[in-house]
Ligand binder design. Structure first.
Ligand code: TMP
Ligand code: ASP
Length: 247
């Protein structure tokens, strides 16, 4: 384990806190048990949520990194604490979709569940006050949010991450419907996959039952989010949070 220590709180988001460390190039990210939806309109505290997200995210960021997409994760410091490269976050949320759901169904009047002929990449402007509106390359270029090569990288990396995650979840009998990624610029200028890859920012449907295994359970009142997340954890790791029997 490194000697990195936790410093001042730099930023508190809806599900995570970001702290400084004594190394200006590293931050300490703490995953909270807070669940929010609809841009914070709906809120709850869900026991174990932070740990499930942190541990699944560490696992998936590792898999994605091994597949050649560099990420911000440097060290898993505790079950709910990650040490990460400090990045300047690019305010473009990259959503990759395999199946129509959520806002894509709503915006275009399509049926949820329609399988797309190939993965779709959509960009949303990362802004809580504007509710993350859909955006195109033109907005990023003309408003100065990202350069053309960065947008090309975001698309390419998003699709590569999709290949890795789709195969990972398929092995577990889960359909990867869609997910959201965020990227940032590291101090050395490299683009890194940042934030988290977790059931908070993904849609995961059980292939056999169609059951939702992600935050839509909370958004749509489909059941108990804590139970859903603990069961998903057991499916990923083959044991419960305490290391005990799966289930
Ligand atoms: P959407 O269908 O609502 O646009 O969501 C697409 C994907 O992005 C879905 O997997 C959930 C995820 N997502 C986030 O991670 N954060 C958000 O704020 C929203 C709206 C969606
Ligand atoms: N991430 C947003 C929130 O936490 C929106 C959502 O996930 O539905 O409020």
């Amino acid at each position: 384990m490194s000697t990195t220590t936790r410093g001042a709180l730099l930023y508190e988001g809806k599900a995570k806190q970001v702290y400084a460390t004594q190394d200006p190039d590293l931050v300490w990210i703490h995953f909270k048990d807070d669940a929010t939806a609809f841009n914070g309109v709906k809120r709850a505290s869900v026991q174990d949520k932070g740990e499930v997200n942190a541990r699944i995210s560490a696992h998936l960021l590792g898999a994605v990194g091994a597949a050649g997409v560099p990420t911000h994760l440097v060290e898993v410091r505790s079950p709910r604490d990650h040490i990460c490269t400090r990045v300047e976050v690019i305010p473009v949320e990259v959503v990759v979709r395999n199946v129509v759901a959520g806002s894509l169904a709503r915006r275009f009047g399509r049926e949820e569940g329609e399988v797309l002929p190939r993965p779709m990449v959509e960009f949303f402007y990362k802004s809580d006050s504007l509710n993350d509106p859909p955006m195109s390359d033109e907005h990023a270029l003309l408003f100065g949010w990202a350069e053309a090569w960065e947008l090309a990288y975001l698309r390419h990396a998003g699709l590569r991450v999709n290949d890795v995650l789709k195969a990972f979840w398929a092995e577990l009998g889960v359909t990867l419907v869609d997910f959201k990624l965020e990227f940032g610029r590291a101090p050395n200028g490299q683009l890194l996959l940042a934030d988290e890859i977790s059931p908070d920012g993904s849609r995961l449907w059980d292939r056999a039952t169609g059951q939702h295994l992600d935050k839509d359970v909370f958004r749509r009142d489909l059941g108990d989010l804590g139970d859903t997340y603990r069961a998903l954890f057991a499916r990923v790791f083959g044991h419960g949070l305490d290391g005990g029997a799966a289930g």
